[in-house]
Design a protein around this ligand. Sequence first.
Ligand code: AMP
Length: 359
Amino acid sequence: MTLPAGATIGIVGGGQLGRMLGMAAAQLGYRTIVLEPQADCPAAATCGRHIQAAYDDKAALDELACACDVVTYEFENVPVDAARSLEGKVAIYPPPDALDAAQDRLVEKDFLNAAGLTTAPYRAVGSDDELAAALEVFGGNGVLKTRRLGYDGKGQRVFRDAGTADTAGVFAEMGGVPLILEGFVAFEREISVIAARGQDGALSAYDPVENVHREGILRSSTVPAHISSATAIAAREAAFAILTALNYVGVIGVEFFVLGDGSLIVNEIAPRVHNSGHWTEAACHVSQFEQHIRAVAGLPLGAATRHSDCEMENLIGDEVLAAPRLLDDPNLVLHLYGKAEARPGRKMGHFTRLISGRE
Ligand code: AMP
């Protein structure tokens, strides 16, 4: 169903991604309501209304369902039960099954392998002994992660040439929660693909982007990525396979490791607009945010073509203080999230520098 102008889109989650979705929705003539527990959240400034409540607050979810024509979300840790409780009351995209697949790293890897894609080897870990056994299988090398609620490298521990002695007490140190050990991937570079699927099943993908992380946080995204066209095509096909397997509607971010021979390993999927797609607002005619709104509103997807090469950098913590100086660069598009407090590690904004193609 195509939403008419003036219809209302609900967004669960009120961070910067919700803020940018609110802007894109407004541009296409839609109203927005954000559901977010935090007062004065980044999305409240761009969405017409803010329902301040927990993501699983039943009354608030009912209010959102009644007031909206379609509901979407801007982060993957929306409780699946809350998302499912909206089904039948209001259209909800992407499907809650996609949340299910993305929230638990073990379920995610099982899903990806069942869809015919390659991931790092992995083992579920529920104790120090299981960790020792899994490390032995992976030759003492691996990345231990919490299965749930990890982001920006939080809840992770790297093992290099570790012996079983290194595993004593680790399960408790990681919080005593279910873990996954992934084999260590000696990748050459990291890329991601931002792709979309419309309600009519149409598929679209932006060019793969090369990402640099520091301390688990995305620092920069560069387009084009330094990969062969065969690798670019394979990444795009993998993203399309995931979208199709999930009967997905909306934008998805798919992160990959690229090995020395150009082959790909899927690291993770994010069923939402993605930090590594922020460059699309500056270097493409249709941004990832507009693309997502188009998809959930039942509009035709836009062309994901890029008019410029570019580099996007995140402004983290007090790096945001440099923002006024950045504005001197005529080829730079700055985006700040309106967060009052520049805490270390907090994403405060980003900028995209256009490298070619812009007059
Ligand atoms: P993640 O939260 O899973 O995206 O991990 C954050 C970052 O840690 C990734 O972007 C990689 O740079 C690194 N990393 C994660 N998993 C692995 C792995 N299995 N092997 C090597 N590096 C990894």
